[in-house]
Design a protein around this ligand. Structure first.
Ligand code: TYD
Length: 207
């Protein structure tokens, strides 16, 4: 009898804009690969042709917070159904740049949508599905802002003020505190090497 395939894991990486996700994501993918797994790196909003079109709208058009949350979840459902869930079922690990925690942090804490309303949509759209491991790269808004100041044009979210990112950051930290099994907060003001060592310890411990 063929051995049953072990389900893959979904690892998500979160944090305010400028927290350092892009520095670590390709490295994290390679880390998982080196441990002998198939791995797929993706992002939200995005990850499918429709999701990438929704991303364009979400990052550049002004819209009501509820509209924003609904489009985030629409892109997420498409991403899960077409790409993430089939891969996890086939044993592939998925590393995703942002996921549902970002909707609570940005549309909820950031743009003022009630947490209960997001939780209701989350339940309907995702049916309780959540990542296996979530890294929250934590930096104060001033540090995030300095890291974004690389000369390129900022998108709608990146252009928000420090108070917005204070709320987003607090939401991430509160969600991580409420789900310590799933979430690891990493002080991303540390050196790249220390951040990576902290991530590596968690990933290698995951069976
Ligand atoms: P980001 O992940 O920072 O990508 P890049 O590094 O390419 O700029 O950009 C995605 C933006 O989308 C980010 O500002 C946060 C926002 N976002 C939400 O507001 N809600 C969500 O549910 C998700 C997934 C992202």
């Amino acid at each position: 009898m063929a051995a049953s395939i072990q389900r893959g894991r979904l690892i998500t990486v979160e944090g305010i804009d400028g927290a350092g996700k892009s520095t670590h994501l390709p490295w994290l993918k390679e880390l998982v690969e080196r441990s002998g797994r198939q791995v797929w790196l993706t992002r939200e909003p995005g990850g499918t042709p429709l999701g990438e079109r929704l991303r364009e709208l979400l990052l550049h058009e002004s819209m009501a917070p509820l509209t924003e949350a609904l489009l985030m979840f629409a892109a997420r459902r498409e991403h899960c159904e077409r790409e993430i869930w089939p891969r996890l079922a086939a044993g592939t690990w998925v590393v995703c740049d942002r996921f549902t925690d970002a909707t609570y942090a940005y549309q909820g804490a950031g743009h003022g949508l009630a947490v209960q309303q997001i939780a209701d949509i989350d339940r309907i759209v995702m049916g309780g599905f959540s990542p296996d491991i979530t890294f929250v790269l934590d930096v104060p808004p001033a540090v995030g802002k300095a890291r974004l100041a690389d000369g390129r044009t900022l998108d709608k979210f990146e252009s928000e003020q420090a108070v917005f990112f204070e709320r987003v950051r607090s939401s991430y930290l509160a969600r991580a505190a409420a789900e310590p099994e799933r979430c690891r907060v990493i002080d991303s003001t540390q050196s790249r090497e220390r951040v990576r060592a902290a991530i590596e310890a968690v990933v290698l411990a995951a069976s």
